[in-house]
Design a protein around this ligand. Structure first.
Ligand code: FES
Ligand code: FES
Length: 155
C-alpha cells in the first residue's frame, strides 16, 4: 500500500511495487491529462510535480512518492488556470496538444524554482520533446513569463 497526495487529495494505492506512477495516475485515478509518450523518461509527456519538482512519471516507481505531494496538470491551477497555462493560451502554443501538459508542468516547475532563469537554464531544463515543433511559441510564452509575469508567478 502506498500513501500519497494527488492534487490535494489523499490517495491509498494498493499496487504492485515498481508500478510507474503514470499508470496509477491514468489507469487508477483517471487523471489522463498526463500522457504516455516514450516510456523511457526521454520525451517529458508524463511530467508531473512531486513536492514541487518536475518528475517524469513513466519510470518513477509509485513507492517513491510515499508521503509526497503529487500535482498533475489537472491540479496545477487549483480552481483556475495557472499563469503558465494562461500564457500558453495567449501564445496559442499547442498544435496536437499531446506533449503540452508535460511542457506546462516542466515550465511551471522551472518558474516556481527561479523566476529569472537564464537562457542556459531554460535550455537545460526544457528538454521535453514536441513532435509538432511548437518550440518557438513555447519559447515566446517562457520569455513573457520571464519578462513580465514574475509577480503573478510568485503568487
Ligand atoms: S513518457 Fe515519460 S518521458 Fe516520455
Ligand atoms: S503539440 Fe503536438 S507533440 Fe507537441
Amino acid at each position: 500500500m502506498v500513501n500519497f497526495e494527488v492534487n490535494g487529495k489523499q490517495v491509498m494505492a494498493d499496487i504492485e511495487e515498481g508500478t510507474p506512477l503514470l499508470w496509477v495516475l491514468r489507469d487508477d485515478l483517471g487523471l489522463t491529462g498526463t500522457k504516455f509518450g516514450c516510456g523511457i523518461a526521454q520525451c517529458g509527456a508524463c511530467t508531473v510535480h512531486v513536492d514541487g519538482e518536475a518528475k517524469r512519471s513513466c519510470l518513477l516507481p509509485v513507492e517513491e512518492v510515499e508521503g509526497k505531494h503529487v500535482t498533475t496538470i489537472e491540479g496545477l491551477g487549483g480552481d483556475g488556470l495557472h499563469p503558465i497555462q494562461q500564457l500558453w493560451i495567449k501564445h496559442q502554443v499547442p498544435q496536437c496538444g499531446y506533449c503540452q501538459s508535460g511542457m506546462i508542468m516542466a515550465t511551471a516547475a522551472l518558474f516556481h524554482e527561479n523566476q529569472s532563469p537564464s537562457d542556459e537554464e531554460i535550455l537545460a531544463r526544457m528538454t521535453n520533446i514536441c513532435r509538432c515543433g511548437t518550440y518557438p511559441r513555447i519559447r515566446a510564452a517562457i520569455e513573457e513569463a520571464r519578462a513580465g509575469a514574475k509577480k503573478v508567478l510568485a503568487a
